[in-house]
Write a protein that binds this ligand. Sequence first.
Ligand code: CMX
Length: 436
Amino acid sequence: MSTLKKVLSQKIDAHRPRITKLVKQCGDVKLGDVTIAQAIGGARGVKCLVTDISYLDPFEGIRFRGLTIPETFDALPKVPGSEYPYVEGFWYMLFTGDVPTMEQTLEVVAEWQKNSVVPQYVFDVLDALPDDSHPMAMFSSAVLAMQRDSVFAKNYRDGKFNKMTCWEDMYEDCTNMMAKLGPIGAYIYNKKYRDNDQIAADPNLDMGGNFAHMIGQSDDYKDVSRMYFILHSDHESGNVSAHTTHLVASALSDAYYAYSAGLGGLAGPLHGLANEEVLRWTQNFMEELGGEVPTEEKLKEALWATLNSGQVIPGYGHAVLRKTDPRYTSQREFCMKTEGLKDYPLFQLVRMIFEVAPGVLTEHGKAKNPWPNVDAQSGVIQWYYGVTQYEFYTVLFGIGRALGCLANITWDRALGYGIERPKSVTTAMLEEAAGI
Ligand code: CMX
C-alpha cells in the first residue's frame, strides 16, 4: 500500500468518530435559517455542506488544508530547478492534511506515472467526436468513457460493497483518473490545435512538467502548469463543479460519472468558462482599438457598454469572496516577476481593468463583490506562452479542479455522507410563509 493511502486510512479512522458523535449527539444543533431569497437564489450562503479539504473566507480567500496560497507554495516540496511545487505533493496534502516529504511526493509522482497511460478507446471516443466539438465536451466525454474501468462500479456490481472500505475503491478510481487527465487534456489540445501532432510523455517529468511537454510548450511553461493546476484545484465544496461532483457521487455513482458531471458545470460561463470569456472580451476590445492599450476613459466606456447590454463583466464578482481573489493575486505576481510578461500589452490592459472595473461595478451597484476572481488573470498568462486557443482554458481549469473534487468525494465516501436530497417547496408555500 502506498504511503499516501496508508496515511489516508489512518486519518479516516481517526476522523470517523467525530462525524458519528456530531450526528448522534448534536444532530439537532442549527447552523442557520434559510430565507426565501436563498431558496430562490441558488442557496447562496446556506450552510449545508461539509468539507475539510479547503475553506473559503470571504475576506481572506482560500485556504487549502489550513494553508493560504503563499503558505501552500512555500511549504510543499519543489520540483528541482523550479520555484513551484509538485502537483503530486499538493494532492498528498489535500488528501491527508499533511505536507508531504520529498520522498512521499515522489511516491505519488511514480504512482501517477504508472497510471498515466490512457486507454486507446478513450482516444477513439475523442476521435469520433466532430472536430468543432467544444474541448470541454471532449474532456467530459473522455472522463465519462473511462467509467467502464471503474473499480468501485465493478466491485459494487460483484456484490463487494462495504460501507467502511468502499472509499478505497473510490481512491483507486480517483488516482487512476487524475493520472490520466493531463495526457487527455494534451491529446485534445494537440488534436484540435496542433494538427494532431501528439507528443509522448517524458517519464522523467512530474505531472505539471509533462503536461507542458506534451502540448509542445517551452520549459518556462512547466511552472505555469504547476501553478495553474494548484490554484484552480479547490474552492470549498459549494461551487458548481465541486458541488455537482459531490452530488452525483452521493448517489454512490463512481468517480467517473461524478467528475464528468462536474465538468459540465465548470463549462458554464458563470463558472469556469469565464476565463475564456475574459480573454474574448479583452482581445475583442483591444482589436477594436487596433491593438493599442486603451485610455482609462475608453476602458470605462467599454465596461459600461458591456453592463448596459445586460452582460456581466467576466472575471469579476464572486458568490462568496468579498475582496480580490488571492488566486488572481498569485497569478498577477507571476506576471510581475516574469520578464516579458510584465510589460506585455495584454497584461497591461488586464492591470488597467483591475484599476477601473471595481469602480464601475460599484457605481453600477449590483455585484456584491466588484473585485476580480481567478479568471480575470489566467488567460493572459496562457496567451503570452502561445496557448492562444481560449476555448481550451476551461480544460486547464478542469484538470486542476479534479484535484479538489476527487479528494472531496473520496472523503465523502469514507465518512459515509448521505445521498443529497434537499427539500423543495412550491411558490404558493413561499407566499404563505411570507404572509402574502
Ligand atoms: N458583472 C456584472 N454584473 C454582475 C457581476 C459582474 N461581474 N457580478 C455580479 N453581477 C450581478 C449579478 O448578475 C446579479 O445581477 P441580478 O441581480 O440582475 O441577477 C447581481 O450582480 C448580484 O450578484 P452577486 O450576488 O454579486 O453574485 P452571484 O453570487 O449571483 O454570482 C458570479 C457570482 C461569479 C456568477 C457573478 O459575479 C458573475 O457572473 N461574474 C462574472 C462571471 C465570472 O467571472 N465567473 C467566474 C467565477 C469564478 C469561478 O468560477 O470560480
